[in-house]
Design a protein around this ligand. Structure first.
Ligand code: BGC
Length: 743
């Protein structure tokens, strides 16, 4: 290494019009010229030092040239607290708390791209204010099984929905001069065995289901960074996977940003050099992979790379490509003098968090109009359940936060009902009373030694004397719930909550269940409970958002971004027995997982198998009602490369203003290849006053009609009859219109 430090590159020195300023420092010069100029001035060791971490979350710059370090942060729901230089433990700063935004599952459930832009812009401002150059998020891995411990960090089961929602998030973040790092690329659909799972998936499924949101992030969102995932594909780890990174990401999609490894996801220097990894983070510390601490020189892309450059096993072709990408990143972020300053925990961020949370809550069921609460006369309200009080921003893995505050559902409901109802609380069950992550503690003491019977008796006692009972339970961020590095062990609610809910339903007919989770859960009591709300991890403003919906201040407009199966038997990863995979018997620890269901994930499977889920993809009720008129097309025929407009009138037939998510599904009635019964290809969220009608139009293009043909390695639009289905969910189609596609 010492020898190499002295080797200077053959330099071509560019200077700007103002000859005193080198081109790379001239922010008015084109970025590619700045990149070439900076590159030409760098030594080999300076170049290699940029390729790997220097601390848990940062990589080196080039101090000699005034090129700053790159500082990264999790992501994706708020800005992670500062950690020690080489440890996961928090550093104990007192100025690093943040706004906790709702989990990405909630954002996806808003079906509102404008809110995604607001989310990205707001979280980007917080990242910028905290001095970060790269936000480690958003996540867009497809929801393949409800047991995946990280689904809460992703955007649901449908590639079209995830694509439309991820693009504005990225643009919002990057408008701050902060890079979005889209993760985890790719096929990272469960957590158990996450470092050793080798996914087998056919190309059609890869391109139709698992890649579209990443492609949209890169090509439409213009993401400046992407994170490789821990798992393997085709027997190569995804952080240095030749096909995913070189062929598809950088080749087919023309990605010009940096590929960042997941923390500890790099395993081989030669593969890392050759297969498209640009920056290595997190391994060889006492963090994710074993090793000594502060050993950053030992990284796969550190000394071992320098040694290969010195003895000729590697040349500078790949090196220069990697460094160019990192320099581009610098010019886009910390060497962009025009980027805004950012801001932290502003009223605007709080309001964004509340709006997104309120729009993401899904009213799954509302028999006899139990909701919103009728507060025309004084009421007694019993709130039951651990999740009414438990802080959810701490825990769950790398997305854990130190929120400036988190308003609990109980406090939110108390505040909202003050003067209109008495609110009493009983725990109902004890789940997980701990609350700590990497040294950040909730400060809550949730210990309770009472038996299940005692807790239930207390809750039922309150329920009997109440006008309304609001049960707030679900999952939490503890291991084997919604938590990184582990999966759930079943679809059922933990801690015997089904029993608590069943007994409450017997005690009081006005029971409202609020399920807080990032995943679908089984609801064996659904038929006995008049109202069910799906609330996600809602962040800082959780309590206000839930109270807003319960009281009717906000008319619910969230829609499920994933199907809620009636049982795991309706999820092909489970019914076909491919989850979590089969351990090889060759002495390696590789676990093979074959995505045998192919393109039939989520509602695509339920439709094909004609199975009735508990709640379908796209489902969500409102306090008002919407009537759909007849869908029409502007032409009965369209050529394979033409476009067609589908229009449908939608009227608010109820008595409240509300938002409807009008969904367009396309069905290819006859195809030479198996196709899903229907696929989401458009949606619009519209706001209507009572009695108001809107004409909602969708443009259907070739992409919406095509399937991916692996033999031709391209999208194919096959002539024939198609149907446009317009509806309020994947199982609530209100109008259909057919059309013919011609060559
Ligand atoms: C996670 C990433 C995260 C990184 C840094 C990893 O364990 O998989 O999502 O960004 O840690 O915290």
């Amino acid at each position: 290494m010492k020898v190499i430090i002295s080797i200077m590159m053959a330099v071509t020195v560019f200077t700007s019009a103002n000859s005193a300023t080198p081109v790379y420092l001239d922010s008015g010069a084109p970025v590619e010229q700045r990149v070439e100029d900076a590159l030409s001035r760098m030594t080999l060791s300076e170049k290699v030092s940029m390729l790997h971490a220097q601390s848990k979350f940062s990589s080196a710059g080039v101090p000699r040239l005034g090129i700053p370090e790159i500082w990264t942060t999790d992501g994706p729901h708020g800005i992670r607290p500062e950690v020690l230089w080489d440890e996961w433990d928090q550093a104990g700063w007192t100025n690093d708390s943040c706004t906790a935004f709702p989990a990405l599952t909630c954002l996806a459930a808003t079906w509102n791209p404008e809110l995604s832009l607001l989310y990205g812009k707001s979280i980007g401002e917080e990242a910028r204010y905290r001095g970060k150059d790269m936000l480690l998020g958003p996540g867009v891995n497809i929801y393949r099984t409800p047991l995946n411990g990280r689904n809460f960090e992703y955007m649901g089961e449908d590639p079209y929905l995830a694509s439309r929602m991820v693009v504005p998030y990225i643009r919002g973040v990057q408008s701050n001069g902060v890079a979005a790092c889209v993760k985890h690329y790719a096929l990272n659909n469960h957590e158990v065995n996450r470092h050793t799972t080798n996914v087998t998936v056919d190309d059609r499924t890869l391109y139709e289901i698992y890649l579209p949101a990443f492609r949209a992030a890169v090509q439409e969102g213009g993401a400046w960074a992407i994170m490789g995932s821990y798992n393997l594909y085709r027997n190569e780890h995804c952080c240095h996977n030749s096909r995913l990174l070189n062929d598809i990401l950088k080749g087919e999609w023309g990605f010009d940003g940096v590929v960042v490894s997941d923390w500890g996801g790099t395993h081989d220097t030669d593969q890392a050099i050759a297969n498209g990894l640009d920056m290595e983070f997190g391994s060889w510390t006492n963090g994710l992979s074993a090793g000594t601490s502060n050993a950053y020189d030992n990284y796969y892309l550190a000394r071992p790379y320098l040694e290969r450059l010195a003895d000729g096993r590697a040349d500078t072709t790949e090196l220069n490509d990697k460094v160019r990408r990192i320099l581009r990143l610098a010019f886009r972020t910390n060497m962009n003098p025009g980027r805004p300053f950012g801001s932290l925990c502003t009223p605007g961020h709080v309001s964004a968090a509340r709006t997104i949370a309120g729009e993401g809550i899904v009213l799954l069921k509302n028999d006899h109009g139990v909701l919103p609460l009728d507060l025309t006369s004084p009421r007694r309200v019993a709130v039951i359940g651990e999740n009414a009080v438990k802080m959810m921003t701490v825990g769950g893995g790398s997305s854990s936060l130190k929120a400036r505050y988190e308003l609990s559902p109980l406090d939110g409901i108390r505040n909202a009902l003050e003067g209109r109802a008495t609110v009493e609380y009983a725990r109902g069950y004890v789940g997980d009373s701990t609350g700590e992550y990497n040294g950040v503690t909730t400060g809550q003491n949730l210990n309770d030694d009472r038996s299940a019977d005692e807790l239930i008796a207390e809750a039922v006692g309150l329920a009997r004397n109440a006008d309304y009972v609001i049960f707030i339970g679900g999952l939490n961020k503890s291991e084997h719930q919604d938590c990184e590095d582990s999966d759930r062990s079943g679809l059922e609610l933990p801690y015997d909550q089904d029993r608590v809910i069943t007994e409450l339903a017997e005690a009081n007919p006005n029971l409202i269940v609020v399920n807080i989770s990032g995943n679908a859960v089984a609801m064996p009591w659904a038929g006995k409970v008049p109202a069910v709300l799906q609330a996600w991890y809602l962040g800082t403003e959780a309590g206000n958002a839930i109270a807003d919906v319960i009281t009717g201040r906000v008319n619910p407009s969230g829609r499920l971004p994933m199907s809620f199966p009636a049982s795991l038997g309706q999820v092909p990863a489970h019914s076909l027995g491919t989850y979590p995979g089969t351990k090889r018997t060759d002495g390696t620890d590789i676990v093979d997982c074959n995505y045998a269901e192919g393109i039939f994930v989520g509602y695509r499977w339920l439709d094909r198998e004609k199975q009735q889920p508990l709640f379908p993809f796209g489902h969500g009720l409102s306090y008002t009602t919407f009537k759909y008129g007849r869908a029409t097309v502007d032409s009965r025929t369209v050529t394979t490369d033409g476009t067609l407009t589908v229009t449908v009138p939608v009227t608010n037939t109820g008595t409240r203003e509300g938002q409807e998510v009008v969904q367009l599904y396309i069905s290819d009635l006859k195809s030479s290849h198996p196709r899903p019964v229907k696929e989401l290809k458009g949606f619009r969220k519209i706001r209507l006053k009572p009695g108001e009608t809107a004409e909602v139009s969708f443009t259907v293009d070739r992409r919406a009609l095509s399937y991916f043909d692996p033999d031709r390695h391209g999208w194919v639009c096959e002539p024939g009859r198609f149907e446009a289905l317009v509806g309020a969910s994947s199982r609530d189609i209100r109008s259909k219109v057919s059309f013919e596609v011609r060559d």
